[in-house]
Design a protein around this ligand. Structure first.
Ligand SMILES: *[C@@H]1O[C@H](CO)[C@@H](O)[C@H](O)[C@H]1NC(C)=O
Ligand SMILES: *[C@@H]1O[C@H](CO)[C@@H](O)[C@H](O)[C@H]1NC(C)=O
Ligand SMILES: *[C@@H]1O[C@H](CO)[C@@H](O)[C@H](O)[C@H]1NC(C)=O
Ligand SMILES: *[C@@H]1O[C@H](CO)[C@@H](O)[C@H](O)[C@H]1NC(C)=O
Length: 307
């Protein structure tokens, strides 16, 4: 009796269970429909997002291609800089070298903004609207009060900037080379000046490599928002982790080569609008034709805004 009853119950249970499968399947379909009905709504928050930096129609195909590639390289190094910090945090020696004991959130944030932030209006153009490209040694400039979200790239850039593949080449190293030797870091610098990107918070709190290193030990709260620090960390992390794995090209700072540089950058910072002027001052470029005039050009450019 007991056996029969439990069998009946079991049967009843499965009889209940199997019809139950049908409604459940039916309801699965319903859920799926709900989800797909919702997906236009869930992507709408992001509508109009701009994932690539706009390049103005004043750039011809050749120029646009080079700027686009350079910006792609900027994204490559900032993504890696962010990923390096996400992986190693403040235990990374490279992190400690550039950011001291500062917490990791801020540099991760700046790098992420550039990598993944909306790029609408952050325009690169090639027509020389402010006439600055005519000045010797100018490879580009932020348009400042004339158009705060715009950057002009002058023809000299196509001659002197190097691709990321050349990182650690030409005798360049992080300690002694100029950050604007490479498209990647030059354009990173330019982007950080755009209010939409750097929010007026990323600024020049250090003047050169030596003071970047010093700042990390003394005022690391400024290191995490220093333009040069953000460039140098990104270059060094990429060089060490990717370009020449485990080795990189940190270099050993030699004061002599940069005393001249810091003299010019002191002039630059006193003019408040920093000149990325060192356009082609660094030793790796000394052999270049444009650099014959660059020392003089760099000095004269210092008083002018943001080459
Ligand atoms: C690293 O961060 C932790 C907190 O997450 C902190 O306790 C530690 O002092 C930091 N180390 C350095 C070297 O800044
Ligand atoms: C980091 O170091 C500086 C200077 O050495 C010190 O003043 C500051 O309190 C430290 N900050 C943290 C978060 O440990
Ligand atoms: C803004 O435009 C004026 C007038 O054309 C020009 O003199 C000035 O140098 C420009 N500013 C920048 C930062 O290029
Ligand atoms: C684009 O402009 C550059 C000057 O920046 C010029 O040298 C080049 O020949 C132009 N390219 C084309 C395809 O017109």
């Amino acid at each position: 009796m007991a056996i029969i009853r439990s069998t009946i119950l079991l049967f009843a249970a499965s009889a209940v269970a199997s019809p139950a499968l049908l409604p459940r399947q039916a309801s699965t379909v319903t859920v799926t429909q709900t989800a797909s009905a919702a997906s236009p709504t869930s992507s709408a928050w992001n509508s109009g997002a701009v994932d690539n930096f706009p390049i103005h129609s004043s750039c011809n195909a050749t120029e646009a291609a080079q700027i686009k590639k350079g910006l792609g390289e900027t994204l490559t190094i900032v993504r890696h800089a962010r990923d390096h910090i996400l992986r190693w945090g403040n235990s990374s020696e490279i992190y400690q070298k550039y950011f001291g004991n500062a917490s990791t959130g801020e540099p991760i944030g700046w790098y992420t903004k550039i990598a993944d932030g909306d790029k609408a209006g952050v325009l690169f153009r090639c027509d020389n609207p402010d006439g600055n490209c005519e000045q010797e040694g100018w490879a580009g400039h932020w348009r400042g009060e004339n158009a705060t979200s715009e950057t002009v790239i002058c023809p000299l850039s196509y001659e002197v900037r190097r691709p990321l593949e050349a990182l650690c080449g030409f005798g360049w190293d992080v300690a002694n080379g100029a950050t604007n030797f490479y498209w990647a870091s030059d354009l990173l610098h330019r982007l950080l000046h755009i209010p939409k990107v750097g929010e007026g918070i990323v600024e020049h709190y250090a003047e050169d490599y030596a003071s970047v290193i010093e700042l990390a030990q003394t005022e690391s709260d400024l290191s995490v928002r220093d333009s040069d620090t953000l460039q140098l960390f990104a270059l060094e992390a990429y060089a060490h982790d990717i370009a020449i794995p485990g080795e990189g090209c940190a270099g050993k700072y030699t004061a002599t080569s940069s005393e001249a540089a810091s003299a010019t950058s002191a002039a630059a910072s006193s003019s408040s609008v920093e000149a990325a002027s060192a356009t082609e001052t660094p030793s790796p470029t000394l052999s270049e034709a444009p650099s014959a005039t660059s020392a003089a050009a760099a000095v004269s450019v210092e008083v002018l805004p943001e080459t």
